[in-house]
Design a protein around this ligand. Structure first.
Ligand SMILES: [Zn+2]
Length: 389
């Protein structure tokens, strides 16, 4: 990869700056010669009133903005490889999109003193212009860690598999103006700007083919349509809303709904009964994992381990041990009730406390409570055997 160090002024870089409010990105600079946010770039994430303001304050104090990298595209045009949030911050400020505080007053670019305006427009920006194969540049881009916020996995994947598919997918799933976002956020966790909703949508559809997200993107990179991705995602969301009716609980956010859809969407469920079951389990103090409730019910209550049912506490176990051991000694039998009824070498063995563990007499899944009345100490061998049933 060939690189060349160039100097541009802040004014040159933001000449003809265009900012797209809907996509939240700076589009052009250098009078149209510079593409500020090529499709493999992440969305602008500095517009928080802190990082963008800090960029302007740095320029006003005469501090350097740090190295910026451009890619020299075929045909001589330039694309920002690294530095997009900083450049977009300058462009947005110069075009009046946000204000800074100076001496206790709000100042937009146009209300700044002329000499302060000049500090921004005449600032000297050091820029490396890089030229290389697409592969070179993407490999390099993958290894850089931009000052500020490091790229996450999906942002890297978007850069590696840039093309019409990623562009269309971002327009749908990474667009904070998308009217569906609120509905999605009941079931999916993440920040669309950081590509976290897109990451989930891709993981679900890729998972339905047993593919990794990488492999799915490689396969569809040049597709002009994201119909399958969109349809699959929508099907999963609609299915969850049909099976678990009512206002979604916060426990439903971020579950692996794609995997659950694949496993269970051909089953039929009584949604009213399911809603009552969910509420009962949410109200059960023995349920240790509330997030496990949905899969437990979808699977027909076959896997109570999903609920991480709380175990008996030490005090309860000590009381149960004492109760059983006193009775066993009086009767001359083992204090493990299962050993006691068998015809074996352990039928009158008195186990030590640390040789036993607690078990639900009536299984939790059959309505048994996690209290002393339902607690039985078994020798470790019998406890394991029973636990595996
Ligand atoms: Zn036993």
């Amino acid at each position: 990869m060939r690189t060349e160090l160039k100097h541009y002024t802040g004014g040159e870089i933001v000449e003809g700056f265009v900012y797209n409010e809907f996509e939240g990105k700076g589009l052009f600079g250098l009078a149209g010669r510079l593409v500020i946010q090529p499709e493999y770039q992440r969305n602008y994430i500095y517009n928080d009133g802190k990082k963008d303001v800090a960029v302007i304050e740095s320029l006003l104090k005469g501090y350097p903005l740090g190295l910026i990298y451009f890619n020299v595209a075929d045909g001589g045009g330039l694309e920002v490889l690294d530095g997009q949030p900083r450049i977009t911050s300058v462009g947005r400020f110069v075009t009046g999109k946000f204000a800074i505080h100076q001496d206790g007053r709000e100042q937009t670019f146009s209300s700044l003193a002329v000499e302060d305006q000049a500090k921004i427009m005449d600032s000297d920006l050091l820029i490396y212009e890089c030229q290389g194969t697409e592969r070179d540049i993407k490999d390099w881009f993958k290894t850089i860690n931009i000052a500020g916020v490091p790229l996450n996995t999906q942002e890297l994947l978007n850069s590696i598999y840039s093309g019409p598919f990623v562009t269309a997918a971002k327009a749908e799933f990474s667009n904070s103006q998308n009217a569906n976002l609120q509905k999605w956020s009941a079931y999916v966790k993440g920040d669309p700007k950081r590509q976290e909703i897109l990451a989930v949508a891709l993981a679900w559809v890729a998972g339905s083919y047993g593919l990794t997200v990488d492999a799915y993107l490689a396969k569809h990179r040049q597709d002009g349509t994201i119909a399958e991705l969109k349809t699959y995602f929508t099907s999963v969301i609609e299915w969850v809303g049909t099976v678990f009716v009512g206002i979604p609980e916060k426990e439903m956010r971020g579950l692996e709904w794609g995997r659950l859809y694949e496993a269970y969407h051909n089953n039929s469920y009584n949604s009213a009964a399911l809603a009552a079951d969910v509420q009962a389990l949410l109200g059960d103090p023995a349920v240790g994992s509330r997030k496990g409730i949905y899969e437990y019910l979808l699977g027909g209550r076959q896997e109570p381990q999903l609920l991480m049912i709380r175990l008996f506490d030490d005090k309860t176990k000590a009381l149960a041990y004492q109760r059983q051991t006193d009775r066993a000694k009086a009767d001359g039998t083992s204090n493990c009730p299962l050993c006691a009824i068998g015809d074996n070498a352990n039928k009158d063995r008195i186990y030590r406390r640390d040789e036993m563990d607690a078990d639900h007499v009536t299984a939790w899944s059959k309505g048994g409570a996690t209290d002393l009345a339902n607690c039985e100490m078994l020798c470790i061998t019998h406890n394991r055997t029973k636990g595996n049933r």
